[in-house]
Design a protein around this ligand. Structure first.
Ligand code: ZN
Length: 348
């Protein structure tokens, strides 16, 4: 198998687990709100462990946790001076963890995201974005990543800047736009038009990540698949976003009235979570539609990733512990189980 993403995608679907910010916030290693990956400096061992868990679950890609570790985000927590060391640490952690699994032929991805500075009414922000992308892409390239993902870009124009920088560095690009409530980029392009433009500008893979759950993401994918001829990516959030609330940045949990401010995003989404099987179905549907770069964004946990891998016919390392209810004391069928409990199964 080749480390080249495109030849891998030509052969079969590639799984990419991401969503590190949410996972680390839930574990108590970074703060919701600013959402800066300080954990790569303060508790690198925790990042290593999550990489391991995603790898064991079947992620083919180890994505360096540089997401939101950019200049603007660090500025907001007063740690802009930590930029370079944070980025380099994240890249090193990803590489070192991948090296623990020499038999798996993992790919390492660099990652850039929305800069939070792009403003279509202020031309000076174009240069500012460009500079931010340039420094991050240079560090990723220096670290020897296999490709670079540009993500959660909801302005097509900002996505184009990121892509241009990645292509100038002669790297393979996965460019993911994020579609919020209205099924258009913030600068008014349909997802399929935006993806086509990015393909024409040289992105090897184009698609969607974040914001929408599997159903609301799937609604947009067929038109993208139809419009572009390159590989398509799909990395939804594992939440049940709806027609009424298609994006998870504004979501209501109708069964709970104690969420401060009433918005379940970002830290009270628990009740709206997709289970592993919903994510497995999503993966299968993607593969059936020739959408081959399949993953999961904010909210991802290893059990989701494993079910997606299994749905794609793979047997990841943690398949060793795939559920087997035949051994359950109440619901099982194993002859060693006690009848007094299996007879009571439906009354438990
Ligand atoms: Zn996300």
């Amino acid at each position: 198998m080749s480390k080249n993403l495109i030849s891998r995608l030509n052969e079969s679907p590639v799984i990419c687990a991401e969503g590190y910010l949410f996972a680390m916030e839930r574990r108590g290693y970074l703060q919701a709100g600013a959402f800066v990956p300080e954990v790569v400096l303060e508790h690198p061992e925790v990042v290593t462990q999550l990489h391991r868990e995603f790898i064991r679950s079947g992620s083919d890609v180890v994505q360096a946790f540089t997401y939101y570790g950019h200049r603007e985000k660090l500025k907001i927590i007063g740690k802009e001076d930590k930029l370079e060391v944070l980025q380099k640490n994240a890249l090193k952690i990803a590489k070192d963890t991948a090296n623990e699994f020499p038999d798996l032929d993992l790919m390492i991805a660099g990652n850039v995201s929305n800069t939070c500075v792009y403003d279509p009414n202020d031309n000076s922000t174009i240069a500012e974005c460009r500079k931010m992308f340039e420094e991050q892409v240079a560090w990723a390239k220096e670290a020897g990543v296999d490709f670079i993902m540009a993500e959660t870009l909801s302005w097509l124009e900002e996505a184009k800047i990121a892509l241009k920088v990645i292509k100038e560095a002669d790297m393979i690009a996965v460019t993911n736009i994020t579609i919020h409530q209205e099924a258009k980029t913030r600068d008014g392009y349909t997802p399929e038009d935006a993806c086509k433009i990015l393909e024409d500008l040289g992105s090897e893979v184009v698609g969607l990540n974040c914001s929408r759950g599997p159903k609301m993401t799937m609604k947009l994918l067929p038109k993208i698949r139809e419009k572009v001829s390159c590989h398509v990516s799909a990395l939804p959030v594992p939440y049940r976003t709806t027609e009424e609330e298609p994006g998870f940045l504004n979501m209501t949990d109708h069964n709970c009235d104690c969420i401060p401010g009433g918005n379940a995003f970002p830290v009270a989404l628990d009740n709206l979570y997709c289970n592993r099987f919903e994510m497995g179905e999503f993966a299968k549907e993607c593969a059936g539609k020739n959408i081959n770069f399949i993953g999961i964004c904010c909210g991802a946990e290893p059990h989701h990733v494993r079910e997606m891998a299994v749905a794609l016919g793979k047997k990841p390392l943690s398949y060793q512990y795939y559920p087997d209810m035949s051994k359950h004391q109440a619901h099982g069928t194993d002859p060693l189980l006690k009848k007094v409990n299996t007879d009571f199964a439906l009354k438990f």
